[in-house]
Ligand binder design. Structure first.
Ligand code: APR
Length: 244
C-alpha cells in the first residue's frame, strides 16, 4: 500500500497535507480524542474551549492554555514534521500544509506558510474587538489570570478557534482551494470529527484527488481514503516521502 501511495505522490503536481493532533502526538503534545491520553477524556471541551466557558471562568481557561502553551514551547518537531518540511524544500510550491493544530511545530520544522485553520495557541487576542485606537493596553495580571485592559476591562484570550466559533475565512478559503486543486491529499493524524476541516478530504476526493490517510487507528473519514496507512506520523511519513 505504501508503494502505491509513493507512486501517486511521485505523479502528483500538487500535494495537500491535512494534519490533526496526531501529527504532534510523538512530539509529546496530547491529542484531543485518543481514549486514554486525549485532552477531552480529562477535560470538558465546553468548559475549556469555548467563549462561554472562558467568560464563566477566565482564570481556569487562561491557566489551562498557559499549561498547554508551555507544553508546545517544550515540544520539538518530530520525524514526521521534518519529513514533510524536507519534501516541501525539495519541491518548492508543490506541497501545501493545512493544519488543525494550534502548535507551531510545522513552522519550526520549516513549513513557514502553513495554513492554520484553528489559530495559534501562542497568540493572544482581545475577547471583544477593541474599538479604541490605539487599542487597549493589557494591564498587569495576577499569575494564572488573563491580562485585562486597565481602561475598559477587556480580557485577553488565546488566539485559537473555540467550539462554536467561525474559522478564519482566509485560512478556510485557502484550505478549500488547496484541497480541490491537489492531485493527492495526505491526511495525517486526525479523527475527522470536527468540521469543516473534516470535509476537506471528501472535497479533494470529489475533485479527483487521491486521498491517503496516515493514522494508527480508524477515523471518521477513512471512507474518503483510496489508501489507509495504519501507522504513526513519525514512522510512516519518513518512509512514505523518502527519496521523493
Ligand atoms: N500519528 C498519527 N496519528 C495519530 C497518532 C500518531 N502518532 N496518535 C494518534 N493519532 C490519531 C488518532 O488515532 C486520532 O485519529 O490522531 C487523531 C487525533 O484525533 P483528535 O484527538 O480528534 O484530534 P483532531 O482530529 O486534530 O481534532 C480536531 O478538534 O478539539 C478540536 O480544535 C480541536 O483541532 C482539533 C479538532
Amino acid at each position: 500500500m505504501i508503494d502505491t501511495a509513493r507512486e501517486w505522490l511521485t505523479e502528483a503536481r500538487h500535494v495537500c497535507v491535512l494534519t490533526g493532533a496526531g501529527m504532534s502526538a510523538e512530539s509529546g503534545i496530547p491529542t484531543f480524542r485518543d481514549a486514554l491520553t486525549g485532552l477531552w477524556s480529562r477535560f470538558d471541551p465546553a468548559q475549556l474551549a469555548s467563549e462561554d466557558g472562558f467568560r464563566a471562568n477566565p482564570a481556569l481557561v487562561w491557566d489551562w492554555y498557559a499549561q498547554r502553551r508551555d507544553g508546545v514551547r517544550r515540544a520539538q518537531p518530530n520525524a514526521g514534521h521534518l519529513a514533510l518540511a524536507a519534501f516541501a524544500k525539495r519541491h518548492p510550491g508543490r506541497l501545501t500544509v493545512v493544519t488543525q493544530n494550534v502548535d507551531d511545530l510545522h513552522q519550526r520544522a520549516g513549513v513557514a506558510d502553513t495554513i492554520r485553520l484553528h489559530g495559534d495557541i501562542l497568540e493572544d487576542r482581545w475577547l471583544t474587538p477593541c474599538p479604541k485606537r490605539p487599542a487597549c493596553d493589557p494591564g498587569s495580571a495576577d499569575p494564572g489570570t488573563p491580562p485585562s485592559c486597565t481602561a475598559c476591562g477587556n480580557l485577553l484570550r488565546p488566539g485559537v478557534v473555540w467550539f462554536g466559533e467561525m474559522l478564519p475565512p482566509q485560512a478556510l478559503d485557502a484550505a478549500e482551494q488547496a484541497a480541490v486543486q491537489c492531485e493527492l491529499m495526505l491526511v495525517v493524524g486526525t479523527s475527522g470529527a470536527v468540521w469543516p476541516a473534516a470535509g476537506l478530504a471528501g472535497a479533494a476526493r470529489r475533485a479527483g484527488a487521491f486521498v491517503v490517510i496516515v493514522n494508527p487507528h480508524p477515523s471518521e473519514i477513512d471512507g474518503e481514503a483510496h489508501a489507509v496507512l495504519r501507522g504513526s506520523a513519525a514512522t510512516v511519513l519518513p518512509e512514505l516521502l523518502r527519496g521523493l
